[in-house]
Design a protein around this ligand. Sequence first.
Ligand code: ACO
Length: 369
Amino acid sequence: MIYAAITGWAKCLPPAILTNADLSSFLDTDDEWITSRTGMKERRISHVPLSTLGHVAACRALAAAGKTAAEVDVIIFGTTTPDQICPNTSSHVQKLLNAQNAACMDLNSACTSFLYSLSVATSLIKTSVFNNALVIGGEVISPLIDWNNRNVAILFGDGAAAFYLEASDEKEGLLAEELGCFADVRDILSVHGWGSIYANRGFHLGYTEWQFEGQEIFRKAVNGMTRATEKVLQKSHITANDIDLVVPHQANARIINAVAERINIPMDKVFVNVHRYGNMSAATVPVAMVEALEEGRILPYNNILTPAFGGGLTWCAHFLKWGERVKPLDEADIELPPCDKSALELVEEMKLAKEIGIHNATHPMFKPN
Ligand code: ACO
């Protein structure tokens, strides 16, 4: 039997930090509301495109695995916010890495994109299509945020992380998953202006307006993550007691608490970093896994559970068995280009660009008030 061991892992977070106080300087909100309703304190705003974040994370993950770019068989980039729809972002990472032997695909299932990508990569390795895979989860969502909408603008941040997977005889890596989607309620989280149906219809691609029913998303998220967890535990013939660490999608601390309570796992077995980064969509779980490793929260042969949900509404839970090594083999000598602006300045620039675009748009949805 072939398994897909995770032998390299790394994150790449843009340096500019947007605090709750920054948000309340231009939105009718405050630190107390954001902290008590979401658990979030700050999030990152990227000064570089997604492919740059993905490239840096990928270089670091390859070093952690002791591999070179030329060895990579396939790059799968899980994201909802590709640099461009065509060509895909994974091909840009291939070019930046000089990973000329790699096939390239992007996968979009919103916030579950990294975990769905992990399923695809593991299956491709288990069926011997490829011997290894570089799986990246990342978002540069800040340019697509409706910065005037306080329901949405407080929630999201930018970031990326990458895993290197390779074929192994050892029973480790992703051992079972449960994937699904509540498409009947797909419209409760819908971003208008972000896709081909909007092109040439008076919309300006990227000038988004979010349809976002927070409370219903909350309920569905808890339901989907709980259901997926119960099924994946059954499939794996284990119970919640056998789980060493839960690394959930970080969309809201209250969602994480509610899921932990329902699946009967104490919070000291749950990794939470939503206060540092907000919801980085596809990047939340891989960044959280990397930080759990850095903090010594993942030990050799640990059983890890990663429940998640996202737009669609997609949901999933993965059961992973970590391998023997919990330390990177090496570090890559690569950093992002320096950022000479504050996060608030980056946001102000995006707001201005969006206002100019909306002013020039012809569709009534984007007419200035
Ligand atoms: N600051 C201050 N007040 C606010 C803010 C804000 N940023 N946002 C909303 N409010 C107000 C509302 O207008 C409302 O006022 P009202 O009572 O006068 O009408 C009040 O606060 C309460 O709003 P609720 O929506 O009831 O607040 P709730 O406790 O449900 O929290 C939240 C809202 C945080 C969005 C929550 O519903 C949630 O986390 N939902 C899930 C969101 C999520 O997971 N998003 C990501 C999914 S997408 C993905 O992962 C790709």
